[in-house]
Design a protein around this ligand. Structure first.
Ligand code: CAA
Length: 247
C-alpha cells in the first residue's frame, strides 16, 4: 500500500491496453506503477498522461529478462511498497505462417508473452504471501484458446498462460491471493490495427458483435478482478471477445 492505496503494477503500460488499464485503475483508487521498456516512448506517454491529469510512477524493465525484472521489482518495493496488484499485460506479436517462422520470432514471442508472466509473478509472489493479499491478472488472448493462422508462437504463449494461471492460483488460494486470466479478443489497439486490412476485415466479419472491442472494456474487467469484491474468483479465465469464441 502507498498513501492508503493499493499499489498496482501494469506491465507494458504504454501500449493500447496498458494505457487504459492504468487510467482505469487510477480512477478506481489504485496507486499505479507503469512498467515500460523504451525510454523515448515512455517519456512521451508519461507527458501525455500528465496532461490528462495522471501522474503514474514509472518502472523500466524488459519483462522478458528475469534479472531486469528482479531489479525493477526491488526498486519498486523500496520506493513505493509491496505490489498488491500485478497485471501481466506486456506482449508482442511476430505473426507469420509456421513454415516460414524463424527461431528468433518464436523465441521473442515466448519470452515476451510467457516468460514475462513467470518473471514478474515470481518476483512479487513471496511479498504478496507475506502480506496475505494479492491480485494477479494475466492478459492472455482469444488466440490462446482458438487457432489463428500465423500465430503459432503467440497462441502457444497465450495458451501457456492458462496452465500457469490455474496452477499458481491453487497454490496460493489459501493465502489471500487470486490469480486469473483475461482473454481479450480483437481490441482496437495498434497491435490489431497492424494486421493487414484484408485479414482484419475477415476477422471482424466473424465477430458476432461486428466490431472490435474497446480498450476501456478490458480495463474495467481488470479493475473488477483487482477489487476486493472479486476475492472468491481464482484460477478463472474471463473471455471478452464480442462472441468470437464461445463454448
Ligand atoms: N486462413 C487460411 N489461409 C490463409 C490465411 C488464413 N487466415 N492467411 C493466409 N493464408 C494463406 C495465404 O493465402 C497463402 O495461400 P496460397 O499459398 O494458396 O496463396 C498461404 O496461406 C500462405 O500464406 P503466407 O505464409 O504467404 O502468409 P501471408 O504472408 O500471406 O500471411 C499472415 C500470413 C501475415 C500471418 C496473415 O495470415 C495474417 O496477418 N493473419 C492475421 C494474424 C492475426 O490475426 N494476428 C493477430 C494480431 S493481434 C493479436 O494477436 C491480439 C490478440 O490477442 C487478438
Amino acid at each position: 500500500m502507498k498513501d492508503g492505496k493499493y499499489i498496482a503494477l501494469v506491465t507494458g503500460a504504454t501500449g493500447g491496453l496498458g494505457t487504459d488499464m492504468c487510467r482505469t485503475l487510477a480512477k478506481d483508487g489504485y496507486y499505479v506503477v507503469a512498467n515500460y521498456r523504451t525510454d523515448n516512448k515512455a517519456e512521451e506517454w508519461h507527458a501525455k498522461m500528465k496532461e490528462e491529469g495522471f501522474d503514474f510512477a514509472m518502472a523500466k524493465a524488459d519483462v522478458s529478462d528475469y534479472h531486469e525484472v528482479e531489479a525493477m521489482m526491488e526498486k519498486i518495493q523500496e520506493e513505493h511498497g509491496v505490489i498488491d496488484v500485478l497485471v501481466n499485460n506486456a506482449g508482442i506479436t511476430r505473426d507469420g505462417s509456421f513454415r516460414k517462422m524463424s527461431f528468433e520470432n518464436w523465441d521473442a514471442v515466448i519470452k515476451s508473452n510467457l516468460y514475462s508472466a513467470f518473471n514478474c509473478t515470481r518476483c512479487v509472489i513471496n511479498p504478496m504471501i507475506d502480506q496475505k493479499y494479492g491480485r494477479i491478472i494475466n492478459i492472455s488472448s482469444v488466440n490462446g484458446q482458438r487457432a489463428q493462422f500465423g500465430q503459432a508462437n503467440y497462441s502457444a504463449a497465450k495458451a501457456g498462460m492458462h496452465g500457469f494461471t490455474k496452477t499458481v492460483a491453487i497454490e496460493v488460494a489459501k493465502l489471500g491471493i487470486t490469480v486469473n486470466t483475461i482473454s481479450p479478443g480483437y481490441i482496437g489497439t495498434d497491435m490489431v490495427m497492424a494486421v493487414p486490412q484484408e485479414y482484419r476485415d475477415k476477422i471482424v466479419a466473424n465477430i458476432p458483435m461486428g466490431r472490435l472491442g474497446g480498450t476501456y472494456e478490458v480495463a474495467h474487467l481488470v479493475s473488477f478482478l483487482a477489487s476486493k469484491q472479486a476475492a472468491f474468483i481464482t484460477g478463472a479465465n474471463y473471455e471478452i471477445n464480442g462472441g468470437q469464441h464461445v463454448y
